[in-house]
Design a protein around this ligand. Structure first.
Ligand code: AMP
Length: 113
């Protein structure tokens, strides 16, 4: 855990969040500034800076994160979703704890890209 990392602090329960999934490896919570009807962030409990580092450090954990993203999309909507990993500041990453944006429902197809 990194004391300066906002997502580590959410995972630890030190900062409140609207958590929709929690297990030993992965936590999912609603984005503070939603860009679509469903906008949930799926994060590993373990602190790694981005999705590439996550895949290199623990491929199984990345697979778990993708599974949870699908479960969240099925629970919160009809199971169709976009999964976006901004990687690097120039690509729009602002929190350097790996996270996937689950975007679903109204507005999801209109976000970025
Ligand atoms: P990114 O720009 O890809 O790094 O995504 C970071 C996301 O985290 C943004 O969509 C923010 O709205 C979201 N965010 C930042 N702080 C919080 C927080 N405390 N709770 C929920 N979402 C947050």
């Amino acid at each position: 855990m990194s004391a300066e990392c906002i997502f580590c602090r959410i995972v630890a329960g030190e900062v409140p969040a609207d958590v929709v999934h929690r297990d030993d490896d992965v936590v999912a919570f609603r984005d503070l500034s939603p860009k679509a009807e469903v906008h949930v962030l799926v994060v590993p409990v373990r602190h790694v800076p981005d999705v590439v580092a996550l895949g290199a450090a623990d491929p199984q954990l990345l697979a778990s994160l993708v599974r949870v993203a699908g479960e969240v999309a099925a629970e919160q909507g009809d199971g169709q979703f976009r999964l976006v990993f901004n990687t690097g500041a120039a690509a729009g990453q602002t929190v350097f704890h790996a996270h996937g944006h689950v975007l679903a429902g109204a507005g999801a197809a209109d976000v970025g890209l």
